[in-house]
Design a protein around this ligand. Structure first.
Ligand SMILES: CC(C)(COP(=O)(O)OP(=O)(O)OC[C@H]1O[C@@H](n2cnc3c(N)ncnc32)[C@H](O)[C@@H]1OP(=O)(O)O)[C@@H](O)C(=O)NCCC(=O)NCCS
Length: 186
């Protein structure tokens, strides 16, 4: 079996129905154990709460998370502490026609930021996009969010274009950032 086929089987549901899925795994971040697992619709309220703490007002409501988590072309992964508390989330949507994997959302609870969790989650989603044959990964970030942009630059993203009045309701601008993916031997 080719390496890419093997990876595809590891990250997609057995039976090959193209449902994006993610096998739970234990990970160590800054010497602390966490569990990385696929989000379920039962996590939606917690994800809203994490974003409410970060942004003051949650940009996504529970219904938005539920509808995205249910979609077969999207993958939401959460980071859980040993006590089962969700402290971070990331979302990916795949666009096979354009070959782009899009990061729909990434958030780390404030007291867990700066420990490498965001980097870890981004790398995990980049690996999933690569395993599904995507040629790039993209995302939008507020132009004033320089901390997040630093992280994306470090991972290999660069600014592709500025999107005016991208964010609702304040009309803030976004940068669309992109990273090209290459497989070994290409
Ligand atoms: C942006 C965000 C997702 C990044 O997640 P994070 O877990 O804080 O990111 P990391 O810890 O991987 O990297 C952030 C910083 O911590 C540092 N860091 C990484 N590993 C570390 C470790 N083990 N110990 C201490 N610091 C570490 C990194 O060097 C980085 O420093 P920099 O700011 O100079 O680049 C998170 O800060 C967040 O949720 N912010 C609010 C929401 C948001 O802005 N989302 C992005 C929308 S596009």
């Amino acid at each position: 079996m080719k390496f890419n086929d093997l990876w595809r089987r590891l990250v997609t549901r057995e039976g090959g129905d193209r449902q994006l899925s993610f096998e739970s795994r234990r990970v160590m971040i800054a010497n602390t154990p966490y569990v990385l697992r696929q989000a379920t619709i039962d996590d939606a309220a917690t994800l809203v709460e994490i974003e409410r703490i970060i942004y003051g007002k949650a940009p996504w409501n529970e219904a938005a998370f539920i509808s995205d988590i249910k979609r077969s072309d999207r993958l939401y992964v959460v980071m859980q502490t040993a006590l089962g508390r969700i402290v971070a989330l990331v979302g990916l949507s795949l666009h096979p026609r354009t070959g782009d994997g899009h990061i729909t959302n990434i958030a780390v609870s404030p007291s867990y930021q700066g420990r490498g969790m965001g980097t870890f989650l981004m790398r995990a989603m980049i690996a999933v996009a690569l395993a599904h044959g995507m040629k790039s990964v993209s995302l939008e970030v507020r132009i004033e969010n320089q901390g997040a942009q630093r992280l994306y630059h470090r991972l290999g993203f660069s600014i592709y274009q500025q999107k005016h009045h991208y964010y609702f309701p304040d009309g803030g601008d976004a940068y669309e950032m992109k990273m090209k993916l290459t497989r070994m031997g290409e």
